[in-house]
Design a protein around this ligand. Structure first.
Ligand code: AMP
Length: 123
């Protein structure tokens, strides 16, 4: 069921539990601001998720409330993860689902990185 991006942050969402180390993930990257790991149900040969460590429901919440350092940290981490995983050449896709129409399932902001195949046109 897609989430409402204006709902209050639920500290028991699955990515909050991963960030607290309560459930495992297949980690590929971590820094002060972010954690990145393999999606459990990959939609491409390489499907990674980058999440901010702060408690943000969605892109909407994050873009409104996160500090400049957190925003820069997330953007830089997405680029770093892509470089470290060989995605830059031949290229990859970055996606964030937001709310009902975006079909966001997990109510903690996450950036999808898809790579390893040709994705064709946008949608
Ligand atoms: P979204 O529709 O953008 O909210 O996507 C949520 C993503 O989280 C989906 O691609 C799921 O496969 C992924 N996911 C859910 N639970 C886990 C988990 N425990 N570890 C890694 N990825 C997960």
């Amino acid at each position: 069921m897609p989430i409402n991006p204006r709902d209050p942050y639920d500290p028991n969402n699955i990515f909050a539990k991963i960030l607290r180390g309560e459930i495992p993930c297949d980690k590929v990257y971590e820094d002060e601001w972010t954690l990145a790991f393999h999606d459990i149900n990959p939609q491409a040969p390489l499907h990674l998720l980058v999440v901010p460590k702060g408690a943000y429901v969605s892109w909407d919440d994050f873009s409104e409330k996160a500090s400049s350092e957190e925003i820069a940290g997330l953007i830089r981490a997405v680029g770093q993860v892509a470089r470290e995983n060989g995605l830059v050449d031949p290229g990859y896709r970055v996606l964030a689902n937001i709310g009902q129409h975006g079909h966001q399932e997990v109510p903690h902001l996450h950036i999808h990185l898809f790579g390893g195949r040709q994705f064709g046109t946008m949608i």
